[in-house]
Design a protein around this ligand. Structure first.
Ligand SMILES: [Zn+2]
Ligand SMILES: [Zn+2]
Length: 282
């Protein structure tokens, strides 16, 4: 199967990246390792070039367009640098390697906004996402979108492109955590939604109850679904609390199969076909 979104070339794997990759490949899991700024986009290509069944993307995460301190669960806090989406730089990276299969992650994240200058930050994110989408259209690449608390705004932006015949390769909204209506708004314009381990997280008070996100994953047709880990973040059950690794995408597929009442093989087969189609994987 395919982990359509991980960060295997990030610091968390500095000591044992090759072992984690080997563990993942032994289980037959392919990987797309995702860039989030100029440095990680460049290094991701190097790592993908050195491995079979691994591809990469280049992009600028919306939280990297302004300076802030980010606290992820279980991870050390880190400071982002303010970068802007430099089309010339990213164009050169795309040209440099056939392993680059998408532009991303790029998008809008209105969840993590600084207290001061909120409007300015939203505006800066919008400007940057437009630059990324323009380059995706120009280079005929699909996009990997990071969208949080901004689905209406993102759909609005995407429609400006799709309704004028641009962004033909479309893309995927990664780590989807919205509602079924929001998911359908993306499917209606040809974008996939991708699910991470968050979908396996149980309701603390009532572990047997389906969470809202489980219901969304149950109701999204497999034809519009991708699966991912977003490793090293968001470790799925039953490994929650440990560092995430790309092979754990299997647990995401298992949970989806259970929710839908289908076999894991079917989830793997269809999400694989979707990834092949979207990213033109060999
Ligand atoms: Zn993301
Ligand atoms: Zn990510």
């Amino acid at each position: 199967m395919t982990d359509s979104h991980c960060h295997i070339h990030f610091q968390s794997y500095k000591e044992d990246m090759e072992e984690v990759i080997a563990r993942t490949q032994t289980r037959g899991v392919r990987m797309i390792t995702i860039g989030t700024q100029t440095s990680t986009s460049k290094y991701g290509i190097e790592v993908a070039e050195a491995h079979e069944n691994m591809w990469c993307s280049v992009g600028l995460h919306p939280s990297h367009v302004h300076r802030q301190t980010i606290h992820e669960d279980d991870q050390e806090a880190f400071n982002t640098r303010a970068e802007s989406f430099d089309k010339d730089y990213y164009r050169e990276l795309i040209k440099s390697s056939s392993k680059v299969v998408a532009i991303g992650e790029v998008g809008l994240d209105f969840f993590r906004l600084p207290d001061i200058g909120k409007e300015d930050v939203m505006e800066t994110q919008l400007i940057n996402v437009h630059h990324a989408l323009e380059l995706a259209n120009e280079t005929d690449m699909p996009v990997i979108l990071h969208v949080r608390d901004a689905h209406a705004e993102m759909v609005e932006v995407l429609k400006q492109y799709t309704e004028s015949g641009r962004l033909e390769r479309r893309g995927v909204v990664h780590c989807f955590t919205g509602t079924i209506e929001e998911a359908r708004a993306y499917h209606d314009i040809g974008f996939y939604t991708s699910f991470t381990g968050i979908m396996t997280f149980r309701d603390k008070k009532d572990p047997e109850k389906l969470t809202p996100l489980m219901e969304v994953a149950r109701d999204v047709p497999l034809e519009w679904m991708l699966v991912e880990t977003d490793a090293p973040y968001l470790t799925p059950e039953p490994n929650r609390g440990k560092r995430n690794e790309p092979w754990m995408v299997i647990h995401v597929a298992e949970k989806i199969a259970k929710l839908k009442g289908v076999t894991v093989e079917e989830v793997e087969r269809i999400t694989d076909e979707n990834a092949n189609k979207l990213f033109k994987l060999a």
